[in-house]
Design a protein around this ligand. Structure first.
Ligand code: GAR
Length: 194
């Protein structure tokens, strides 16, 4: 298959990048989909190293470059069919969203619309779920709009919250669900695209 006939995915990540790694593993040698670049707002993000191990171009950007359109211009050079926010913590500017309608998705470690919004990421989410004595948590994969965690849901998967859970135990259960389902949902969305 010629390179141009692959569907192309750009990943944004801010931290460890375990979801990014799962995507890179899943689509390594995939018949029709390629991860073509990883962008990070955090020069210390381990996600950058993971990408480099897969020979995937990885680059860091500043808040200014994200706001003034420089990052959009850089992303455009990769001609993505889908942009996946995999543990990415900044709000995406409106001009960037407008450039990729229904082509930017995010994974969130809870059952939105509960436990979303600014500051609701990583362990803060799991602490809040335990504090509210929820019986269930899970993952939400959703389209991205200009508000934190408010775009339409694409896929949710529930897991139990156990009585003896700590934020760490719950985080581990939820992350395992993310790793299992995110690549599959990305694949499904790209295969549905015309
Ligand atoms: C994941 O649990 C992801 O859902 C969460 O950050 C973690 C990143 O892990 N994202 C958010 O909380 C976004 N609001 P990773 O860097 O190992 O993929």
């Amino acid at each position: 298959m010629a390179d141009s006939s692959f569907k192309r995915v750009v990943i944004f990540a801010s931290g460890s990048g375990s979801n990014a790694q799962r995507l890179m593993e899943y689509f390594d040698n995939h018949a029709s989909i390629r991860i073509v670049a990883l962008f990070s707002n955090n020069p210390e993000a381990f996600a950058l190293e993971r990408a480099r191990k897969f020979n995937i171009p990885a680059q860091v950007f500043t808040r200014e470059a994200f706001r003034n359109g420089t990052v959009l211009e850089q992303v455009k050079t990769f001609n993505p069919d889908l942009v996946v926010l995999a543990g990415f913590l900044w709000l995406v500017p409106a001009h960037f969203i407008a450039a990729y309608p229904n082509k930017i998705i995010n994974i969130h470690p809870a059952l939105l619309p509960k436990f979303g919004g600014k500051g609701m990421h990583g362990h803060f989410v799991h602490e809040a779920v335990l504090q509210q004595k929820e019986k269930e948590s899970g993952i939400t994969i959703h389209y991205v709009n200009e508000y934190y965690d408010q775009g339409a849901a694409i896929y949710q998967h529930v897991c139990p919250v156990e009585l003896e859970d700590t934020p760490e135990l719950l985080a581990k259960r939820v992350l395992a669900l993310e790793h299992e389902h995110l690549p599959r949902v990305v694949e499904m969305l790209l295969q549905e695209q015309k």
